[in-house]
Write a protein that binds this ligand. Structure first.
Ligand code: EPU
Length: 300
C-alpha cells in the first residue's frame, strides 16, 4: 500500500516514511510482499500517529523482529509500523530490568546476565524482539517470560492511550496472553533473580547446545509452526508421519525438527500455507488432533 503524499505531510513530525519496502527482507522466513513503512521516532507520539492513520483510513500493522510471522506475497493492503529503536534500550536497577519492546530478546538476556541477573537462560536462542516475546509469552527449556513481568507499558487500542498494566493483571498462558490483538507493547519492567554471571553463562551454554542439536538454526524459518497440543509434541507427530523433507514448492518440513517449516529457496506465502494445511490435515487424520498455528499469518 502506498500512502498518499498528503497523508505523509500530516504524519511527518512523528515518523520517517520508507516507500515500497519488501517485507521478505524483514522476516526470518524471507517471505512477504511490499508496502510502505513508517518508522516511529518516539513512543510518546504513538497515540497521535494512530489517530492520524485512522483519520486517513490507512490500515496498519506493527512488525517487531519478524521471526514468528508469515506474510502474504505481492502488494500488501496495509502499511507497516516500526517502534523506535534505542541503544541499548534497556537498563537495570537492583533486580529490576526496564526494557524497550523493540529491543532484541537475546540481547536482553545477555545484557542482564552481565549485570548478574538471571532466570532467563532458556530464552537465549529465541529469536525476535522483547515485545513479540511478551505478546506471545515466548518460552523455551522451561523458561517463559511471563512470570518475570512486573509492569508493561503499552498503547491500548481500546482507549487510544499509553497505559501501564501490572504484571498481576495480565494472563500469561502457553504461547498466549490476555493482551488485545491491537494492543502494542512499548516497554516492560521485569524482576529477575540475582545470579553470578558465570553461572548464567553455563546455563546459556547448555540451552544453546540443546537448541543447536535439535533445531535448523541456519535455515530460514519462523521457529515452530504449530503450538504443541496439550501433553503432546507437534514435531514428534509430524516426524512419526514421515513428513520430514515433505515440500510444497520451496516450503519444506525441516529434516532436522519436523515442527519447523523452512524456506528452502524461493518459497512463497501460498506454498507455505499449502504445506501448513497439508500437514494439519495429515495430523488430524492420523491422530484426531487439530493443530493450532503458532506462527501468525498476515493475509492480503
Ligand atoms: N521430536 C521428534 N522429531 C522431531 C522433533 C521433535 O521426535 O522432528 C521429539 C523430540 O525428540 C522430543 C519431543 O519431540 O522427544 C519434543 O521435542 P523438542 O524438545 O524439540 O520440543 P518441542 O516441543 O518440539 C518446544 C517449543 C520450542 C522450544 C523447545 C525447547 C513449541 C511449539 N515448541 O519444542 O519453541 O524451543 O520446546 O524448549 O512449544 C517455538 O516456539 O517456536 C519453539 C521453537
Amino acid at each position: 500500500m502506498r500512502i498518499k503524499d498528503t497523508a505523509v505531510a500530516r504524519l511527518k513530525e512523528g515518523v520517517e516514511v520508507r516507500r515500497g519496502v519488501s517485507l521478505a527482507d524483514e522476516t526470518s522466513l524471507r517471505i512477504g510482499g511490499t508496502t510502505d513503512e513508517l518508522m516511529l521516532r518516539q513512543y510518546e507520539t504513538i497515540p497521535d500517529v494512530m489517530r492520524l492513520l485512522a483519520d486517513e483510513h490507512i490500515p496498519h500493522k506493527f512488525l517487531g523482529g519478524g521471526t514468528n510471522v508469515l506474510i502474504a506475497d505481492g502488494e500488501l493492503p496495509w502499511v507497516i509500523l516500526h517502534l523506535p529503536v534505542a541503544h541499548p534500550g534497556m537498563r537495570v536497577e537492583g533486580n529490576a530490568a526496564y526494557v524497550d519492546a523493540s529491543a532484541d530478546l537475546g540481547g536482553m538476556v545477555t545484557f542482564c546476565a552481565k549485570r548478574d541477573l538471571g532466570g532467563m537462560e532458556g530464552l537465549i536462542g529465541v529469536p525476535g524482539s522483547v515485545g513479540g516475546a511478551l505478546r506471545m509469552n515466548a518460552g523455551a527449556y522451561g523458561t517463559q517470560i511471563g512470570p518475570r513481568v512486573r509492569e508493561v507499558e503499552l498503547y491500548r487500542a481500546a482507549t487510544g492511550k499509553i497505559e501501564t498494566l501490572r504484571g498481576d493483571d495480565i494472563r500469561f498462558d502457553y504461547r498466549h496472553t490476555s493482551f488485545a490483538p491491537e494492543d502494542v507493547m512499548l516497554r516492560v519492567k521485569l524482576e529477575l533473580p540475582s545470579k553470578p554471571y558465570k553461572e548464567i553463562l553455563a546455563g546459556i551454554k547448555v540451552c544453546n547446545e540443546k537448541r543447536r542439536s535439535s533445531q535448523p538454526l541456519n535455515q530460514k524459518s519462523a521457529g515452530c509452526i504449530f503450538k504443541n497440543p496439550q501433553g503432546g509434541s507437534a514435531g514428534k507427530m509430524i516426524d512419526e508421519l514421515g513428513l520430514k523433507g515433505h515440500r510444497v514448492g520451496d516450503a519444506m518440513v525441516s529434516d532436522r525438527h519436523a515442527n519447523f517449516f523452512v524456506n528452502a529457496g524461493g518459497a512463497t506465502c501460498s506454498d507455505m500455507l499449502k504445506l501448513i494445511d497439508e500437514v494439519r490435515d495429515r495430523v488430524r487424520s492420523a491422530y484426531g488432533i487439530e493443530l493450532e498455528n503458532e506462527v501468525i499469518v498476515w493475509r492480503n
